[in-house]
Design a protein around this ligand. Structure first.
Ligand code: SF4
Ligand code: SF4
Length: 249
């Protein structure tokens, strides 16, 4: 089956979407006066939290960390905190920073995660945008080389940046993760401190031995599994983050 697409410029993807940013883009966002949200999820080296077929991709974009007696992996996303319209969207639904807009803005509505198939029904783009334009996917193959290069660049940035993001989080006191599939922990750091820490870490590359992480989970049952795997569960009331639960029942 072929998938065609052409953006109709409706601007919906620029509303209420936290846009994942590379490290350099996150610094730019903070310096421009925007807010970055930090989203964290992790899984245990025992496999708790990650389906076996997703493990390789998940591990490559994560940093190996310690939690209690367990080894674990944490993926850290810095994203533009877009509640309502993005700060860069103008009255005509045009992007004010079009020439330097983030990589993910160039990729939408395509998926970056190779385990998530493109599902037009799950995207903001209206039906007419899928009914016109060039082929994007033929069978299961990408046709648009430029777009697939952007997706590969985005995946590579995830891998290249994660160690540095861990060091930045350590300095900002971000040390509680959620268990992948169970939720995310979400932080809204002060942007002046955030930009300053990015610069400090750039000058002093992080050492491998960062401090350990705690897991915030959705209930006693998951907590039991995390503790049984040797990891540490957060028991204090969160002071600097919110827990976004993905639990359905
Ligand atoms: S930076 Fe531009 S393209 Fe990206 S969400 Fe904001 S307005 Fe849209
Ligand atoms: S939601 Fe889709 S069609 Fe609308 S502006 Fe974004 S990419 Fe284009």
């Amino acid at each position: 089956m072929n998938t065609t697409f052409s953006c109709v410029g409706c601007g919906k993807c620029c509303n209420d979407h936290h846009v994942p940013l590379t490290l350099a883009e996150a610094r730019m966002w903070a310096v421009d006066g925007g807010q970055v949200i930090v989203l964290v999820e992790g899984f245990l080296s025992s496999g708790l939290g990650v389906p076996a077929q997703q493990r390789e991709h998940a591990e490559r974009r994560s940093v190996a960390i310690r939690s209690g007696a367990a080894q674990a992996y944490v993926a850290i996303t810095f994203a533009a905190y877009n509640v309502g319209a993005c700060r860069n969207l103008d009255e005509d639904n045009l992007c004010r920073i079009y020439e330097r807009r983030p990589l993910v803005c160039r990729i939408y509505p395509m998926e970056i995660n190779p385990h998530i198939p493109l599902n037009p029904a799950a995207k903001e783009c209206p039906p007419e945008s899928w009914a016109q334009g060039p082929d994007l996917i033929v069978g299961s193959e990408w046709v648009d080389r430029e777009l697939s290069d952007l997706i590969l660049r985005s995946r590579q940035a995830d891998r290249d940046d994660v160690q540095t993001k861990d060091a930045i989080c350590a300095r900002l006191g971000i040390r509680t993760t959620a268990l992948k599939g169970d939720g995310f922990t979400a932080y809204l750091p002060d942007m002046a401190a955030f930009a300053a820490v990015i610069d400090q870490v750039a000058e002093q590359p992080p050492s491998a031995a960062a401090s350990e992480w705690l897991f915030h989970v959705s209930g006693e049952d998951i907590a039991g599994q995390v503790v049984a795997a040797g990891a540490q569960v957060a028991v204090e009331v969160p002071v600097n983050y919110a827990f976004i639960s993905l639990r359905t029942a």
